[in-house]
Design a protein around this ligand. Structure first.
Ligand code: GLY
Length: 562
């Protein structure tokens, strides 16, 4: 009872209404599906369905398993956005389990006496960590939407932590890269004896297993109060961080109404602030709705995509932040009339230099492959799209003693100084300035598409490039493509600043590149392909369920019953 009351207290429910999607003749899904970044995580979801869980329980299992087997991308030391679709009442909600700034945080906490950013301060070490939201998110899903207790849905993750998972090349490469910033505790846990594990060697994490067991036994209280909380706070403060026990005890998830839009008869259901992704996605599709995109050649299509991306990312920089702290004009930015106004500045015969758009400027670049996305569908038609993160690979690199928990460095997703780019080259203004208990702006964009044809669940990691990857994959499905086409689409990206189209090698041939340069674009081919998208689709006419994992990663979908 005590735990139940505590969990209820944690839940701050913002006024919600069911969003009604178009009713089409639906055949129930012929099978359940999970697509995630690691085969063991996908298997954890199927195992939980077989144990009597629904899609929401399976999502808990997948999320926690990723915390163990892909701890460079996400984990219980980080945060998540859970986009849920409950079939029985056609109800959609976003469970916002984003990290938030500690109570002692300050707008200028990463600036030196001269007002300049202190190198690395918002990225490496205990001071870079926001208060984690993921454990509260898992407990909330179990309490409110699940059919089985956490003791069941966390079982696979606990087993992977206790018995180990085989080290793999990508895990080891990221560990090697981030090891130089890790604290002693993290190094001892992840590189026993000072050695990187060999490929295939089992990575065993007994402290993490114990922390997951506390969560399984006591729900959110097992993480945010008691022994685990004591260890987290003591560890953070020993490393120069500013967390308090109250910061942890007061953490609460927020249920938020998803953003929705329509594009060519397809309903887009996606995440609201503190993600910037949903607003930008709907805004970009609204802008695109004024053109016959499918009729354009490669260069014109890329030009148009880059121009709508540029405009959406400009607005991201100016307007987006934590809606509990700043008034984000969501209605305006996602309104078709607003997009119509933006279209009047867009020319098909030349690029608009970013400096010609009103406002904000800086330079920077990029997007990483950290963070993790997965999609789950059960045979009742419940659907979950989740993107979760610790920000950089292995987050801040900091692990409080006795917890096994790698802490995020999500504080870098705040704008630490107006116009100064974060780790992804993204800029911001006061809307995303640091304040105590505020959530930092995110690009994570778990999304659900629905039309008479069926449903698609999608999302990806990739820092600032997440939103444009979700746009391209959404267009692939809207234009008739299947799950494989969605994850395979070659990627192009523009984020306002730097004023450049970044692209994968396969996205543009020489002719298209010359044509784009002729329009005034700068182009940069990325060094390696990026993103790790995981998609599940459901065809309403046949009930057929398909799933695909990004060919750029090692994930594999799994199918099962229930
Ligand atoms: N940490 C990546 C994001 O939330 O956008």
């Amino acid at each position: 009872m005590r735990v139940c009351a505590m969990n209820l207290r944690r839940v701050l429910v913002v006024a919600l209404t069911a969003i009604s999607l178009p009713i089409a003749a639906q055949h129930a899904p012929q099978r359940a599906a999970v697509a995630s970044a690691h085969p063991l995580a996908s298997a954890a979801g199927i195992e939980t369905l077989a144990a009597g869980g629904n899609a929401f329980d399976a999502a808990i299992a997948v999320s926690a398993a990723l915390s163990v087997v892909e701890s460079f991308g996400s984990g219980i030391g980080g945060g998540a956005f859970f986009l849920l679709h409950r079939a029985e009442d056609d109800f959609q909600v976003m469970v916002d389990a984003r990290e938030l700034a500690p109570g002692a945080a300050d707008r200028d906490m990463y600036l030196d006496a001269a007002g300049e950013p202190i190198p690395g301060a918002s990225r490496d070490g205990a001071l870079a960590a926001g208060i984690p939201g993921l454990p509260a998110g898992l407990a909330h899903l179990a309490d409110r939407y699940g059919d089985v207790p956490l003791a069941v849905s966390l079982q696979p993750a606990i087993r992977y932590a206790r018995e180990g998972f085989p080290a793999y090349a990508d895990y080891l490469e990221r560990l090697r890269r981030r090891a130089p910033v890790m604290n002693e505790v993290a190094l001892e846990a992840l590189t026993p004896g000072g050695q990187l594990p060999r490929e295939g060697e089992l990575v065993v994490q007994p402290d993490l297993a114990q922390t997951l067991e506390a969560l399984a036994r006591h729900g959110a209280a097992g993480f945010y109060t008691g022994v685990v909380a004591d260890r987290l706070v003591a560890g953070v403060r020993a490393g120069g961080g500013i967390w308090t026990l109250e910061d942890l005890a007061d953490y609460a998830v927020v249920e938020r109404r998803p953003i929705s839009g329509t594009y060519r008869g397809v309903e887009i259901v996606t995440v609201p602030p503190p993600s910037s992704g949903g607003v930008a996605l709907v805004n970009m599709l609204n802008m695109l709705s004024g053109y016959e995109l499918a009729a354009l050649d490669s260069a014109s299509r890329t030009h148009l995509l880059a121009e709508v991306m540029r405009r959406a990312y400009r607005d991201r920089a100016e307007f987006l932040g934590d809606p509990d702290f700043v008034d984000v004009p969501v209605e305006r930015l996602t309104h078709p009339y607003y997009a119509a106004g933006q279209r009047t500045t867009l020319r098909m015969d030349r690029a608009t230099p970013s400096e010609e758009l009103p406002g904000i400027f800086a330079d920077g670049s990029g997007g990483g492959d950290q963070t993790s996305h997965f999609s789950v569908l059960d045979q009742a038609g419940n659907a979950v799209a989740v993107t979760q993160s610790v920000n950089f690979s292995f987050g801040s690199g900091y692990m409080p003693a006795g917890t096994g928990v790698i802490l995020n460095n999500e504080m870098d997703d705040f704008s630490i100084k107006p116009g100064v780019p974060n780790g992804y080259g993204l800029i911001g203004t006061t809307a995303n300035a640091i304040a105590p208990h505020k959530r930092m702006l995110s690009s994570m964009t778990p999304t659900l598409l629905k039309s008479d044809r069926g449903m698609a669940l999608l999302g990806t990691p990739g820092g600032s490039r997440i939103i444009t990857m979700v746009l391209l994959a959404s267009l692939a499905w809207i234009e008739g493509g299947d799950a494989q086409a969605m994850v395979g689409v070659p990627r192009v990206h523009h984020q306002y600043y730097p004023d450049v189209i970044e692209h994968e090698a396969a996205a543009l041939d020489g002719t298209a590149i010359s044509a784009l340069q002729g329009l005034g674009h700068s182009l940069r081919r990325v060094g390696r392909d990026y993103g790790d998208m995981h998609v599940v689709t459901w065809d309403f006419a046949s009930g057929e369920v398909d799933a695909a994992s990004d060919p750029r990663g090692i994930g594999e979908p799994r199918f099962g019953g229930r």
